[in-house]
Write a protein that binds this ligand. Sequence first.
Ligand SMILES: Cc1cc2nc3c(=O)[nH]c(=O)nc-3n(C[C@H](O)[C@H](O)[C@H](O)COP(=O)(O)O)c2cc1C
Length: 170
Amino acid sequence: MKIEVEYLQFMWPMRHFLITCGEIEGKLNIITVSFCMPVSKDPPLIACAIGKEAYSCKLIESTKEFIVNVPPKELKQEIYYCGFHSGYQIDKFKETGLTPQAARKVKSPIIAECIAHMECKVKQEIETGDKKLFIGEVVEAYADEDITKDERKVEYAKGDFPQKIYSIRF
Ligand SMILES: Cc1cc2nc3c(=O)[nH]c(=O)nc-3n(C[C@H](O)[C@H](O)[C@H](O)COP(=O)(O)O)c2cc1C
C-alpha cells in the first residue's frame, strides 16, 4: 500500500550553502540555502530558490549577482544562525563574526572562512511558489588549496539537520 507523504522529506539529504549577496561597500547579507543545484555544465549554471520575502531575494533582484559559498562542517552554528535570522534586522557578518572578503568578478563578498566559492551573475529569474528561482552563471569558481589537494574533505550533508524544524520554518 502507498500512502500520502510530504514530498520534501524524500528530497533529503541536501547540501547547505551560505549565499552572499549585496555589495561589499553597501548592504551585505548571508542566507543559508539548501535549494541550490547545478542546472547546466556548459554554460556553468547554478539554480537557487530563495524565499520571495527574504532580504537576500531583494538584494539579488537589485544587484543581479550572488556567491555560493561552501561552508566546512565547523560552521554549523553559523549555518543555523544565517538560516534563522533575517538581514532586514541584523548584520549577519557582524553577528556571526564571519569575514567578508572581496570577490574576483562580482561586487558581493565571499566568506573567507568558507572552503569554496562560486561567483554567479543572474541570467534568469523564475517565479515558482513561495520562492524565486535565480539561475546564475558561474563566472569564477575557486577553493582552498588543501581542499583541491584532497587533504580536507568537503563535508556532505547526511540529512542530519533538523528536517522538522526546516519544514515548519521554511
Ligand atoms: C538548513 C537551512 C536551509 C535553508 N534553505 C533555504 C533555501 O533553500 N531557500 C530559502 O529561501 N531559505 C532557506 N532557508 C531559510 C533562510 O535561510 C532564512 O529564511 C533566512 O532567515 C533568510 O534570511 P534573509 O531575510 O536575511 O535573506 C534555510 C534555512 C536553513 C536553516
